[in-house]
Design a protein around this ligand. Sequence first.
Ligand code: NAD
Length: 367
Amino acid sequence: MKTKTIYIAGLGLIGGSLALGIKRDHPNYEVIGYNRSDKSRNIALERGLVDQATANFAEFAPRADVIILAVPIKQTIDFIKALADMPLKDNVLITDAGSTKAEIVIAAEKYLDPSKVQFVGSHPMAGSHKSGAIAADVNLFENAYYIFTPTNLTRETTIPEMKDLLTGLHARFVQIEAAEHDRVTGQVSHFPHVLAASLMEQAGDYAKDHELTNHFAAGGFRDMTRIAESEPGMWTSILLSNQEAVLGRIADFKTHLDNVAQLISAGDADGIWNFFNQARLTRKAMEIHKKGGVDSGFDLYVTIPDEEDSILKVLEVLRGISVMNIRINEENREDINGILQITFKNQKDQAKAMALLGKHEDYNVTL
Ligand code: NAD
């Protein structure tokens, strides 16, 4: 059986999860890794994410058929520069995992030699608030977009080879130009992080003079600000490597806020109604309603009676199914019923849970 050596630099959440996904469908491939800190390196070895690990990036590079750089963006660029001077296998396939693409693609085109190496940018579009090898998860990328951004070092065979390597991720592969990737993620990912953090900053300031702010903040506020708990280091590098797009979205959003402010000050009820209605229609038409894409899972809502062991009984029915998250939507509690929100990693688990809970008369289950 044809085997390959895959070298993953950065055995964190993303690198570790990629390692597991590669091993799932290619158990005969050798997966070797680099990690700066002992901690993730040792965990990666203990959990079998990689067969061998080094603390010296240059040590394993010459052995690799494929090199995946799964380190922060700035470090990815430094490693691309370093690879240009290393003795690598002919035609080695190099890729990355960075959340922004243009800077990385430009660096690859600038420093790497297309007659010697192949390069394609990659962005596996799934994540979690967790980090490090301990958080690596073979199902992290299930149903998520896995984006390829071609370069002038991408050959006809490069993306097919990547897709074959990554079949075990069960991701949805998409190809797009790096600059367009950065513009679109600027709108749907980077700018929302700025907005969520700004909203928290505003509410924090407000709470200094209005003590009840913290108590009254409920479901809507929580949903709007969940991503404000993201890792600040990663988001600093993302904004700094996508400045133009993010600044553009901020300027544009100011005009949207000004427009609604005008409707409110004019007392324009129809205008305000249309504003909310259009938002509702636009959201309904978006793919977020159809799949667990970036950062999200598959939810079930279960109405449960407010009595002892209610949650335990539901979980007992779900024994054997992997539950990603569970929460009680308290603000939805009226009289005796509470809504339990259970999140699953994939649609299969969600459907299985729906079928099992649906058999019980006590539970009203909705998707
Ligand atoms: P992580 O913190 O879990 O892992 C980062 C890895 O990079 C660790 O192995 C760490 O040791 C290593 N590292 C950090 N700084 C380094 C340095 N200066 N030199 C050498 N190694 C260094 O983070 P992650 O979530 O796995 O992120 C890795 C890459 O994936 C980043 O480029 C990030 O933009 C991208 N990404 C992250 C997510 C997400 O939501 N977490 C999603 C998609 C893509």
